[in-house]
Design a binder for this molecule. Sequence first.
Ligand SMILES: [Zn+2]
Length: 400
Amino acid sequence: MSIFGTKGKKSPHQCSNCKSPVHFSPYQDVVACPKCNEEFVTGYESRLRAILEANTNKMPYPKYAVGRAIGYCSAIYGMATHDEDFEPTRIEKLFKSQGGQYNNAPTGDVEHINYGFSGRGLRLRNLNDTRPGFLMTAVTEDRASRARGVSFRQIYIVFRGSRSDEGAKNPMNAGFNEDGWNVDYAANFTGRQDPPWWNTKVKIRRGFLELYKSMSNEVTVELDKLLKRYPDARVIVTGHSLGAALAVVCAHHLQYHRGKSIQGGGPFCFPFCTPRVGDLQFAMDFKARLGDSEFDMPGEPNNGMYKRCMNFCMSNDPVSTQADYGYKHDRSDDLRGRGTPAANRSFVKKAIYGMTKKTDKKIIFYQTPNLYRLGYFSPAAIHQYTKMQQIFLGEALYKT
Ligand SMILES: [Zn+2]
């Protein structure tokens, strides 16, 4: 028996092209007729979505690790747009000084490992951005924590979200290539689904996959070096917005090729305000391998077990709640094309641009599992990493 029972059973379905009966399971959202290859949607999408995108905001999460994660996610924007120094000690000082839930926080020494030296881009499209696209840190307990008998090791891999501001808001031109094309939005709007190189049975939004590919080797080389020094470290992959999508892709990749060398069976993944990243098979695979897996997080005040993925979204953020469907005609079809520049528009206009593009109902995206809906926010706060810092740190430490 399926979890959906026999009521509302949709299989078999008569193929609209060759009229033969096509059988499928309630775990399929799109099937192809085995005789003529005609594709159709099964009608199970909304019920699958209800399961995969269920609200999990009763689940505990590691507060200090998540606080560091959103802090780093926010800091990398200022590093890329204004060439700011990375100042991770702000977070540790806050943990030390803040009362309430952060009282007695075990504070850490933060070592900044990598800025993303090679930049990032959609290489085949000649869309390359030299500004920091990710950063990596190693956090170990500091002297104060050690004196209290606390010991922990954490490695953070942090991906930057998209930038399209110009002028004083972005003097370094983060997000753009040298000809003024916006690299980040090319990734956001390349909506076709393709299998990644580590698993041919799942599909990921092509733009995210291309952008991640430009960084994956550098990330892995650096991670291997860090794991040699700190073999028992927890590995935390994170990002905000487009950075969150890249974090989801990276965590899934690391699960496959470094799952055996990372303590706990693979990385933790904490995306903030992520768009939908992959197809049904990707979302189910991510849930099985990371979302349903638990491990502890030394350095937290409570020695609990935590799901290895918690996905933090605002309930009314169009980036996280829209774009269930892939685009019909865009640079997706031309694997070397640069597409239409959608960058120089306001956030709202870009969201509308995305929502009004023609979509293909057979290219379906799902949210990453353990969706933690934070509630409804005002238009000025929607999708903002400053707001996400206020929620998880109590104040916005990085605002640029
Ligand atoms: Zn058919």
